[in-house]
Every structure is written in C-alpha cells, then in structure tokens.
Design a protein. Sequence first.
Length: 379
Amino acid sequence: MTAPISVLELVRLSEVKPEPINWLWPGRIPKGKITLIAGHPGLGKSQVTVSIAAIVSSGGIWPVDEMPADVGNVLILSAEDGIADTIKPRLLAAGADTNRIEAIEAVRIGDQSRPFSLKRDLELLRDTKASLLIVDPLTAYLGGIDSHKNADVRAFMAPLSELAQKMEMAVVCVSHLNKSSGNEAVLRISGSMAFVAAVRAAYAVTADPADQSRRFFVPIKNNLALDQGGLAFRIKSHEPEPGVMTSAVDWEPEAISISVDEALESLNPEERGALDDAKEFLEELLTDSPVPGATVREAATKAGHTWATVRRAKTALGISSEKQGMKGPWVWQLPAKVLTDPEDAHPSEVSAFGENEHLRETDDDVQVTEAKTVRGDHG
C-alpha cells in the first residue's frame, strides 16, 4: 500500500482577517492562552487564583483597572488544597458564584478512579464550557514528565496551549520560584525555560520587603499588552459562614510601580541580607547631611550595592528626595526620626522643592546629574 504524500498546509496572510486579543482580565490575562503565576510557598499564589475565579464567576470588577469581568464558568485543578475546608470557604469569602465553579476531583473509568493528568486526560476538558481553567500547581499534573527537560516540557505544553486556543479558555497555572538570586525574573521560575516560553503572560507573587503583611502581584512578562504595572494586596481573615474561618485577597485600589526584579530581591536570605547592608550603607552615608542622588549612586556602586537594592533600602528607611532649586540636583535625606541632630531635619542648603510639590526623583534625574558632573556642567 502506498504511503500518503505529505503536503504543506499554507495560509496566505492577505486572506487572514486580523482579530483582537480576547481578554479574561483586560491587559493582564488573555483567553485562549496560558498564564503563569509563580512565587514562593505561603505568599498567596492560590489566594490570587481564587480571587480571579470569584471575579469571573460573579462578573465582578477587576481590581485597579475597575473594569467589569465577563461572567464565565471556572474549572479548578488543585492538588494541595481541600475542596470543602479550603477552596469553597475561600471562594465564598471572595464573593464567588459557586454555581459556576467546578473542581476536578479525579478521572473515573468504570467503577475505578485515578488522579487527573494533563498529559493523558487533556481531551476530557474539551466538553467543558469553562472560560477559565486554574491548575494549582502545574507540576502536580505533568504526568511524570521531567520538568527540567526543554523538549519534554515543550511537548507537554503545546497540546495545552492548543486546547486553550480552540476553547477560547484562559489557563492560569501556578508554579514556584527557584532560590537562585541575581538572575532575571524569567530565570527564577522553577523548571525548564520552556515553561516561560510557552506562556503569554507570567506574574510573580512576592512579599513587600518593607511590610511583610503586604504582597505584590507583578508582571514577569506579557507578550500581548503593554506593561500596566503591578498590584498590591493583603490577605485578610473572613468568616463566610458561621464557624467557617478563612481568608481572602484584599486588593489595593492603585497600581504599584515596583519592577519584578526589585520585588524578587527580597525573597531569600541572601537578598534580605543585601537589603540590610544597603540600609546600613545609606544610614552611614546620610547621617551627617543630605547627599546628591548621583553621589549616592556612585558610592553605592563602589561599595558593591545594586541600584535596585539601594532604592528599596531608600523606601524602607523613609528617605526623602528633595530638589535644590529648579536646576539643582536631587538630594537624599534621612527622615527626622533617624537623624541624630534635630537641626539636620531641616538643612538650610536644601530647597523647599520637596515631594509635596509634584516633583519626584527618577533614575533619569540621577543619570542626568551624573552626566553633568562628568562634563563639568553646573547650570
């Protein structure tokens, strides 16, 4: 019997009608694609997915963006949290419509059942009508593949991506961060880089280094939209039904400007040590008098501190930036409670142009000052 002839299936791009991105959470989580949420244990990754599920199921309002969500059905795959004692109470606390949410417990074959696997049971999802699938964590449903082998991960992720696209379903997967410091955020997600390559958007959940009860939800990558900034939240206790104690995400109303690399520097002991060292460096440098930002940066570089860590230390210490006149440099000054001499709180050489007059120092300001110093400009 003659083997069938292989031919290419081609599409002429002039015949393709452009389509807009279909969003679950506009600008943040797309439908028909995979999104990854990564973080260390105990920081609220699962709580964030519950909040997203609640907003989708109830047609709620997306935090910060203040846009209504399209009402949709939600499927949950959770290998770590109990459905009755954890997931359901959290959903109720978050205001979910639980009639629109289903959890996959197992796969039944005759009178036998076994755990669900995304590798061999993916086709079973095609008959569902969900607009959101949550997989928490992704590693629990890999079906035995090696999460550190690029080829294996690509072969696993491709069918999941295809399913998401055909069903116009957003797939949100929870993952973990590795403990390596000093790397770019995309290198901090556990397992093969193929995971990061396969998803269209990825976010990190981290703790605020200046307030450990506060959390950040910051973008690692977003291939489909411009960076809209991160979000901040806290986990607050709730009692959705008498005697049922749980917790839920309480989103802050404003976006945050911290980058993911800055946020991730606070995660492990080595990075926390770097922050403490930077705080000590700034306290020593600024104790006697305010110092121009360019001078701070130059001294920090010589002392081996990264600029991102120094700026986080600046925030943690409450250091202010004030401008000396309209054309003068920005100077850094310790808050009054840190200064040893009360008179240092109001140095005579610092202008009245402060943070309350809509002037804020940026890295560009520091770089411009540095450039003028190198050229000898003083005007």
